[in-house]
Design a protein around this ligand. Structure first.
Ligand SMILES: CC(C)(COP(=O)(O)OP(=O)(O)OC[C@H]1O[C@@H](n2cnc3c(N)ncnc32)[C@H](O)[C@@H]1OP(=O)(O)O)[C@@H](O)C(=O)NCCC(=O)NCCS
Length: 237
């Protein structure tokens, strides 16, 4: 297992859709090859651990985030009933890229074949008055769900929330029948503190929502932030 801040070299990331550019047409003739590969600038990774990385949001991934968020599993996970247009999503992303003190958003990466492929997104929405943050996550690439990425990314965000952002509590709400999400959150260190009855819906049926939280005093995950700041590996154990 390994954890550190990391900046890999420029590379091709397989398995993502992209819009072929005129330059691609000129250089390569047909752009069919881009259906299964995307040329991308190297991602900046703030933290990596056990094959999972967290980096900033990226303007060049606007269409990818939009595609992920409007896929049915992610819409169902958040009980969303209407898809968002690409125009609306791009405008929202522009505002988020500007950044602000009340939000921290990460692109989630998975390490495959010597490259870091973006696979999802996770966010902390911060309430500065009480030093709390609401947590959100999705793994957008379906093949990457169910392989531990969500659990590790959630742990890394808690490490960041407690040791970079100095939050006193991180909380979330999840549909009670989203068993995979609840399992991942528990493994990462969240615990259930309550239930709101019939406040959500899943596959058109009313569903309760479980409220979970995590506090720094109970954090037992790897101390990646400390290791990156102090340059030691003891914190990772
Ligand atoms: C929820 C989500 C982020 C979890 O990420 P992930 O990478 O798939 O999760 P992980 O593989 O780390 O962990 C899932 C765990 O749940 C388990 N699991 C999967 N389906 C399950 C089920 N039906 N019942 C119980 N456990 C289940 C898996 O076996 C795994 O546990 P294990 O590692 O002990 O085997 C991801 O599935 C996702 O993006 N879903 C769609 C969007 C969503 O629902 N977001 C959350 C909204 S609150």
């Amino acid at each position: 297992m390994e954890g550190t801040s990391h900046a890999p070299n420029p590379t091709r990331i397989p398995g993502l859709n992209s819009c072929p550019s005129e330059r691609d047409e000129a250089e390569h003739g047909s752009t069919d090859f881009l259906e299964s590969t995307i040329e991308t600038i190297a991602p900046d990774l703030w933290l990596t651990y056990d094959g999972v990385g967290l980096g900033p949001l990226r303007a060049d991934l606007a269409e990818t985030y939009w595609r992920w968020e409007n896929s049915l599993p992610v819409m169902a996970g958040y009980a969303r009933q209407t898809p968002e247009s690409l125009t609306e999503r791009s405008a929202g992303l522009e505002a988020r890229l500007e950044g602000s003190a009340d939000q921290t958003r990460f692109t989630i990466y998975r390490h495959h074949d010597d490259t870091w492929a973006p696979v999802g997104m996770t966010s902390l929405l911060i309430d500065d008055r009480y030093r709390t943050g609401e947590f959100f996550i999705y793994i957008g690439e379906p093949d990457n769900r169910g392989h531990g990425t969500g659990t590790i990314a959630t742990t890394m965000v808690l490490d960041w929330a407690f040791h970079v952002t100095a939050l006193r509590c991180v909380y979330l709400e999840v549909l009670a029948n989203n068993a995979a999400a609840i399992h991942a959150y528990e493994k990462a260190g969240f615990r259930t503190v309550g239930t709101r009855r019939r406040t959500g819906s899943r596959l058109s049926q009313p569903a309760s929502e479980v409220i979970m939280d995590a506090i720094p005093e109970e954090y037992t995950g790897p101390r990646l932030v400390e290791a990156a700041v102090l340059g030691n590996r003891q914190s990772l154990r």
